[in-house]
Design a binder for this molecule. Structure first.
Ligand code: PMP
Length: 353
């Protein structure tokens, strides 16, 4: 602890991502995609080295924003891009949630939200999940004063997703502040709230190229919403670095967006493997929460989460175990290839045998 640190930094518990393995293991702990990105990405990388690397990027990221706008059938001025959706979320906290009132958030959700709340001095008002481990969307925004509402849909690490209908009910109630829907996992079977941005100027939807587009290493994320919200994000961003993303991220992101067939094939494979994994985990006695994401959250009535985590780790399989009272018994398992899931299930059969 340093005397030079501000109080918010002293109080900060940094987000600890899943561990990065040193030797070859089956890595099912950080929700990456097991399949390679679109084939066009390779060509984009080669073009980049020869044609773009020596030049400054376009400070408006116009081509990438236009391609995202076309993908979502919206306008470019409704699109913001940043270095991973984590950066976009950090900018959203600074632009929209520092009103001096609590920010409504589910108790069990993406663990970066409390980190940003600490960092930007935003008080959180956490709402418990319901008995089925679903975000209690009725409770979010029900108090009279708030700085905004944030939740992930599908939620992490539970995987449950609300329908557009229930998100719209929330938007009808909360009109005075920003409602941020984090759609990092939406492409694995949930409905996107992007369909609502034209009707709700306070709705901001964030997304990422890290999961369904297999580009976690690139650090590319986006937000879509009304032009006034995008302008708010741009103001905060400009005060740090006027280039929203570098030219490599733009070029590769465009190549990924332009291959819808590859995108659909990969996400369908992940969804099929997820459902197969779910059935086989249930056959081993696990309770598996229904998931619309590229992971499942599962617990076994007879074995502690920590014990299963350690047993898998010994066998070279990394999954995620959360050391919190509510989630202590669960494992969050990323959906890998069918072969990787077979290895996981065989190992669990031995451990639980
Ligand atoms: N939101 C949620 C709910 C996530 O789980 C993650 C990934 N850990 C992110 C956002 C951030 O994704 P990225 O920064 O890779 O775009």
């Amino acid at each position: 602890m340093s005397q030079y640190w501000s109080p918010a930094i002293k109080a900060l518990t940094p987000y600890v991502p899943g561990e990065q393995p040193r030797e070859r293991v089956i890595k099912l702990n950080t929700n990456e995609n097991p399949y390679p990105p679109a084939p066009g990405v390779g060509q984009a990388l080669r073009d980049y080295a020869t044609d773009h690397l020596r030049l400054y990027p376009d400070p408006t990221s116009a081509a990438l924003r236009a391609t995202l706008a076309k993908t979502f059938s919206i306008e470019s001025q409704q699109v913001f891009v940043g270095n991973g959706s984590d950066e976009v979320l950090a900018l959203a906290f600074q632009a929209f949630f520092c009103h001096g009132a609590p920010l409504d958030v589910p108790t069990i959700t993406y663990s970066f939200y409390p980190v940003y709340a600490n960092l930007y001095n935003v008080e959180l008002r956490p709402h418990s999940l319901n008995a089925s481990w679903e975000v209690d969307i009725e409770a979010l925004g029900s108090a009279s004063e708030r700085s905004g509402v944030i939740f992930a849909n599908p939620n992490a690490p539970t995987g449950h997703a609300h329908s557009l209908e229930s998100i719209e009910k929330l938007l009808k109630r909360v009109t005075d502040r920003v409602v941020l829907v984090d759609e990092a996992y939406v492409d694995f079977g949930a409905e996107s709230a992007i369909a609502l941005i034209d009707r709700y100027p306070n709705l901001l939807v964030t997304g990422t190229f890290s999961k369904s587009r297999s580009l976690a290493g690139l650090r590319l994320g986006y937000a879509v919403g009304s032009a006034e919200l995008i302008d708010g994000l741009q103001r905060v961003k400009d005060s740090f670095n006027s280039y929203p993303v570098d030219s490599l991220a733009s070029l590769v992101g465009i190549a990924a967006l332009n291959d819808e067939a590859h995108f659909d094939a990969c996400r369908e494979r992940v969804i099929t493997t997820r459902e197969r994994t779910r059935q086989r985990l249930e056959a081993l006695g696990f309770e598996v929460l229904p998931s619309k994401a590229n992971f499942v959250l599962a617990q076994h009535p007879d074995y502690a989460g920590a014990q299963l985590f350690a047993g898998l780790r010994e066998r070279g399989i990394l999954v995620r175990h959360f050391n919190t009272p509510e989630l202590n018994n669960f494992l969050r398992i990323t959906i890998g290839t069918d072969d990787e899931m077979d290895s996981l299930l065989e190992a669990l059969q031995v451990i639980c045998g």
